[in-house]
Write a protein that binds this ligand. Structure first.
Ligand SMILES: *Cc1c(COP(=O)(O)O)cnc(C)c1O
Length: 396
C-alpha cells in the first residue's frame, strides 16, 4: 500500500513530473518573499493586482465585523447571508446585457462551479444529455463532465467543423457545448461568436468558463461583453479569485437555470457557504473593476502585454511564444526537464515563472507560463525580458 505509493512517486520523479510547493510569506504581488528569498513573480492570476488592494483588505475586515468568520451552514440551510445575496445581484447586473432575465449564483470555487453547471444541466434530461467539450478545457470542466454521467465528446481545439459534425450527428435531446473563453495555459481566446452560432443552430447550451476573462476583458465584465454576445443559450461562469483578487466563483444565466441549480446542483447544495466576509469584500472588488481605477489598471496591463510581445517577437532562447493577445503569455519549451531547467535558471536570477507540465498541458508541450498583471511596472517586465534574453545567449 504505502510502498505502491512510494513507487508511483518515484516514477513521477523520474519523468520530471514531481511538483513542489513554494511557500510565500508576503501578499500576492509583483515582488514577493518566497521560501525566504525576494522574488519578482510572473506566476499569479491576480491580473489586476487586486489581491492585496488596501480597499479590498479593509472591506474584508469590515465583512468579518458585520458577519463573523464563518457562514456556519450551507446556503439552503442557514448559511446564505445578505452579503451573498448582494453579491449575486451585482454579478447578475453586470452580465444582464448579455443574458435574458439574468440571475447569478455565488459558489466557493470555480472548480465547484464547473461541477455544478455541468452536472446540473445534464440532470435536466437524465440519460439523454450529451456534452461537447473543447480539447484544451480546464481540468474542472473535465471533472464536471464526469460528474454529469452522460456521453462526452471531445472536439479538437477551436475546430468549428469538427464541433458542427458532432452536433449534427448527435441524437441527444439536451446538448451542452462547453469551452474556456481564454485558455488557461495558452492565453488564446476561443472563437465564441462562431461557437454560439452553432449552439443556436443545433439548439445546444453554451457553457463558457471565463476564469481568465472576467475582470480583464470587455471593460471588466468579461468575454460576453468583449464579443457583445447575447443569448438565452449561454450559461456563464466567472471566477473571483483571479482578476477579482479574492475567492470564489459565480454562474450567471437565465433565472430559471439558476433556480434549477439552486434546487439540484449538488456541488452547490452539499457544502458550507463561503464566509460572507468574502462576498462583502467582493462588492468592493467589483466597484473597482467597474470603475475608473479598473479601467486604468486594464489599460496599464494592455501596455505591458504589448511591451512583452513586441520585445520577444515569436522566439527566445529556443522557446516559442504562443499567439496570445492576453495577459497569459506562455513560452513553449517541449520537454519537461528542459522547462524545469529554464524555470530553475530564472529562479536563480530572482525571477519566478512557473514551469507547466503534463497533465496540465499535452505531453511534449511543457512551457514557462508567464502571466502579466497590472501590479507589474514596465521596468519589471523589462527585467523579465532581459533575463529571458540572457537564457537565449546562454543557450546559443
Ligand atoms: C482557475 C480556473 C478554474 C477554477 O477556479 P477556482 O476558483 O480557482 O477553483 C476554472 N476554470 C479555469 C479555466 C481556471 O483557470
Amino acid at each position: 500500500m504505502i510502498e505502491q505509493i512510494e513507487q508511483r512517486l518515484a516514477e513521477l520523479d523520474k519523468q520530471d513530473l514531481l511538483r513542489h510547493r513554494r511557500v510565500t510569506a508576503t501578499p500576492c504581488a509583483a515582488v514577493m518573499n518566497v521560501d525566504g528569498r525576494t522574488m519578482l513573480a510572473f506566476c499569479s492570476n491576480d491580473y489586476l493586482g487586486l489581491a492585496a488592494h488596501p480597499q479590498i483588505q479593509h472591506a474584508l475586515q469590515e465583512g468579518v465585523t458585520l458577519y463573523g468568520a464563518g457562514s456556519g451552514a450551507s446556503h439552503l440551510i442557514s448559511g446564505h447571508s445578505k452579503a451573498h445575496a448582494q453579491l449575486e445581484e451585482r454579478l447578475a447586473a453586470m452580465q444582464s446585457p448579455y443574458l435574458e432575465q439574468a440571475r447569478a449564483l455565488y459558489l466557493s470555487t470555480g472548480y465547484m462551479a464547473n461541477l455544478a453547471v455541468l452536472s446540473g444541466l445534464a440532470a435536466t434530461d437524465p440519460g439523454q444529455a450529451e456534452i461537447f467539450s473543447e480539447n484544451l478545457n480546464h481540468a474542472s470542466l473535465i471533472d464536471g463532465a464526469k460528474l454529469a454521467r452522460c456521453k462526452v465528446q471531445v472536439y479538437p481545439h477551436a475546430d468549428l467543423i469538427a464541433l458542427e459534425n458532432l452536433l449534427q450527428q448527435s441524437g441527444a435531446s439536451t446538448k451542452i457545448v462547453v469551452t474556456d473563453s481564454v485558455f488557461s495555459m495558452d492565453g488564446v481566446i476561443a472563437p465564441l461568436p462562431e461557437i454560439l452560432a452553432l449552439c443556436e443552430r443545433y439548439n445546444a447550451w453554451l457553457v463558457i468558463d471565463d476564469a481568465h476573462g472576467f475582470g480583464v476583458l470587455g471593460d471588466g465584465a468579461g468575454i460576453l461583453s468583449h464579443f457583445n454576445l447575447r443569448s438565452k443559450n449561454i450559461v456563464y461562469m466567472g471566477t473571483l479569485g483571479k482578476a477579482a483578487g479574492v475567492s470564489g466563483a459565480f454562474i450567471a444565466a437565465h433565472g430559471s437555470v439558476i433556480e434549477w441549480l439552486v434546487q439540484k446542483a449538488r456541488p452547490y447544495i452539499y457544502t458550507t457557504a463561503a464566509p460572507p466576509a468574502l462576498a462583502h469584500a467582493l462588492l468592493t472588488s467589483l466597484d473597482i473593476i467597474c470603475g475608473a481605477e479598473g479601467a486604468q489598471r486594464r489599460t496599464h496591463l494592455q501596455g505591458l502585454i504589448k511591451q512583452f510581445k513586441t520585445a520577444i517577437g515569436s522566439e527566445v532562447g529556443g522557446m516559442s511564444l504562443l499567439a496570445s493577445d492576453t495577459q497569459i503569455q506562455p513560452l513553449i519549451v517541449g520537454e519537461n526537464h528542459l522547462a524545469m531547467q529554464l524555470a530553475a535558471r530564472l529562479y536563480e536570477r530572482g525571477i519566478w515563472v512557473p514551469a507547466i507540465r503534463p497533465p496540465t498541458v499535452p505531453v511534449g508541450t511543457a512551457r514557462l507560463r508567464v502571466t502579466l498583471s497590472a501590479a507589474h511596472s514596465s521596468a519589471q517586465v523589462a527585467t523579465l525580458l532581459s533575463e529571458l534574453d540572457g537564457l537565449q545567449k546562454k543557450a546559443a
